[in-house]
Design a protein around this ligand. Structure first.
Ligand code: 3PG
Ligand code: MG
Length: 395
């Protein structure tokens, strides 16, 4: 049976006794040498464990940050340590991802997991240089792409390498594409999209792609300001994209034509300035004081959004409802996260900031799927084909 993603996965090939190169997205936040969020490392473990159980030799590679060349601050060495702890077994580390150091490490790895140094220490990685891709591929016999968070990049380790090795999806990649692609393309109804975040401009393609598929569209976050202004509300000194007022009007008209129930904020948390210690108030959308900023949705909006979502059988959520990093403007995002987590529905969270909201609220286990991708999950919601997925063998 087709797995719904249209691509071969690790389950479809025999890896026993083979050297397998796994591209993971181990691009985790590191502050002063300390990993502050290891979600992406943990999410990469099922594929690694599966391959080990099948008797494969597992070589893992990833990028970290955006170095312009070798940069000790962006070494993956600390990730090897954390991966070993989480895996409960030793993880060897190679100081380069290609060339003599990588080759020697592969020769010596035996049945240990081997993590290669940051791919982006070589500019050829991002250039998708064929010779670099060939060198990387030469370390293994099979390629597994589990780096959903980097699948929107056509780099040597996500695309180039597939020209030299049989290439299949890892288990995380499969799960991500299933929930952000297959589910969104063919959802159970009623299907709801909740979109937020600062800017309409960054979410417009996703909204346009989702509109024909959804029954409910809920808009919050800074981007709702542009919709409110387009409807004639005074929004004070709030963030707005004046060049997109017509686009917002078009979305509202399109929603109406298609019979999509569109919800905008009815009340908002406003502040005298953009700061945690600013003067704040909760007001109906028609009463934003001149010079003040809308920084969160209000409690009545949360109530209405939660109510509307009650009938949804599937919900996809991308973008926070307010400036959740600042405590006075976090309730909208956290309360909505709790409401969505409590639904009897398939609940999918696009990655990046929205995943951070869910993690900060401690709710990650109460969603059906929380994406590990930021840009990649947004591109999936835009209906784009990701180069890292397209390059894999068809099922
Ligand atoms: C991410 O964190 O968004 C992914 O790891 C991709 O990283 P990039 O945006 O630097 O390509
Ligand atoms: Mg990014």
């Amino acid at each position: 049976m087709n797995n719904g993603i249209g691509k071969k996965t690790v389950r479809d090939i025999d890896v026993h006794g083979r050297r397998v190169l796994v591209r993971a997205d181990l691009n985790v936040p590191i502050e002063n040498g300390v990993i502050t969020d290891d979600t992406r490392i943990r999410e990469s473990l099922p594929t690694i464990r599966y391959l080990l159980d099948q008797g494969a030799q597992v070589i893992v590679c990833s990028h970290l940050g955006r170095p312009k060349g070798p940069d000790p601050a962006l070494s993956l060495a600390p990730v090897a340590g954390r991966m070993a702890n989480l895996l409960g077994q030793e993880v060897l580390f190679a100081e380069d991802c290609v060339g003599p150091k990588a080759e020697a490490a592969v020769q010596a790895m035996g049945h240990h997991v081997l993590l290669l140094e940051n791919l982006r220490f070589h500019p050829e990685e991002e250039k998708n240089d064929p010779e670099f891709a060939r060198q990387l591929a030469s370390l293994a016999e099979i390629f597994v792409n589990d780096a959903f968070g980097a699948a929107h990049r056509a780099h040597a380790s996500t695309e180039g390498v597939t020209h030299y090795l049989p290439a299949v999806a890892g288990l995380l990649m499969e799960k991500e594409v299933k929930y952000l692609g297959a589910l969104v393309a063919n959802p159970p109804h009623p299907f709801a999209a909740v979109v937020g975040g600062a800017k309409v401009s960054s979410k417009l393609p996703a909204i346009q792609h989702l509109l024909p598929k959804v029954d409910l569209l809920l808009v919050g976050g800074g981007m709702a300001n542009t919709f409110l202004k387009a409807k004639g509300y005074e929004i004070g000194a709030s963030l707005v994209e004046d060049d997109l007022l017509d686009a917002a009007r078009a979305v509202m008209r399109d929603a109406e034509t298609r019979g999509v129930e569109l919800h905008l904020p009815v009340d908002v948390v406003v502040a005298s300035r953009f700061a945690a210690d600013a003067e704040t108030a909760t007001v109906p959308v028609g009463e934003v004081p001149a010079g003040w900023l809308i920084l969160d949705i209000g409690p009545e909006t949360v109530r209405q959004f939660a109510n509307a979502l009650q009938r949804a059988k599937a919900v996809v959520w991308n973008g926070p409802m307010g400036v959740f990093e600042l405590e006075p403007f976090a309730s909208g995002s956290f309360d909505l996260a709790r409401a969505i987590a409590g639904l009897n529905a398939v609940t999918v969270v696009g990655g990046g900031e929205t995943a951070a909201v869910v993690a900060a609220a401690g709710l990650q286990d109460r969603f059906t799927h929380v994406s590990t991708g930021g840009g990649a999950s947004l591109e999936m919601l835009e209906g784009k084909t990701l180069p890292g997925v397209a390059a894999l063998l068809d099922a």
